[in-house]
Design a protein around this ligand. Sequence first.
Ligand code: A2P
Length: 340
Amino acid sequence: MSAKKVNVAIAGATGAVGNQMLECLEENDFPINNLKLLASEKSRGKRLEYKGETLKVEVLEEDSFKGVDIAIFSAGGGTSKKFAPCAAADGCIVVDNSSAWRMDPDVPLVVPEVNPHAIADYTKKNIIANPNCSTIQMVVALFPIYKKSGIKRIVVSTYQAVSGTGKKAIDELVEQTRSLMNFREPENLVYPHRIAFNCLPHIDDFLDNGYTKEEMKMLNETRKIFEDDSIGVTATTVRVPVIYGHSESVNIETKEFLSAEDVKKLMAEAPGVELVDDIANNVYPLAIDAAGGDLTQVGRIRQDESIENGINMWVVADNIRKGAATNAVQIARILAEEYI
Ligand code: A2P
């Protein structure tokens, strides 16, 4: 489908996801008329490259969005809460990567492989939300199974890369590793504990029910995307010393029986999924292989022998690409092709 050339802004262009956003727009050969890069006062005058051109970063302000058709936000929840309504009021459609708008009933929460139809609801607030990175890769893998046999319950444990926290966290892992290798005391600036050579069962804030916000996002967002409040999800989200690529151990109970072979066939044909499952040759999804790509890799598919209709799988994707930038650019592309 041909897309009209549009004016695009990236809010948070200097961050880990914002940088990736530029790369994804370029790879996508996105039909851009004018590209505006926005960040905080700290980045005023900074320059970034797009398609061989050098663009100056501007300071994000309330009137930054006049004449902009699509604004992709990745500058944290507070910034989205404050500035997305300004952009929307100026007629710009916001694709927001933060958690600020995800559960708003008037804001569609979209993964293009799963619920592209929901994009049409953007008109309610002129805002579309990109789900949490851990949710995106999980629902991309599970949707074909959900359609085929229904899913009663999901038990998921995540192994999440530090890039999800932003550039500062990448620096912290590298610095702490360097310090430890040189017998120096590492500093904890971003996380409450050392992340180098460690695993932290703590992502985002703790809630009164003992879960973290990240864990509850996996429940609430999955229900919203599948449009099914009957599905049970229990999550344990863990930060691990990996820079790019989230891994997930996913256990599901389906409504109807599916064999491991049935699931492998579904995964081989699923949009956005790559089946990586050849244990005889030690082949299974790895963060280092998924990083840099847009596919959600699925492997280690096997029957859960402890229940009647259970499957276990290992799901890996690049959290900055499919978990954030790629998903947002896919949504923006559909907007440019079908709605603007
Ligand atoms: P800046 O680099 O000027 O601070 P990351 O997730 O990698 O930490 O990146 C966050 C992104 O969000 C950066 O581009 C950052 O800009 C931007 N950002 C954070 N707070 C604001 C704000 N109040 N106004 C505009 N941009 C912001």
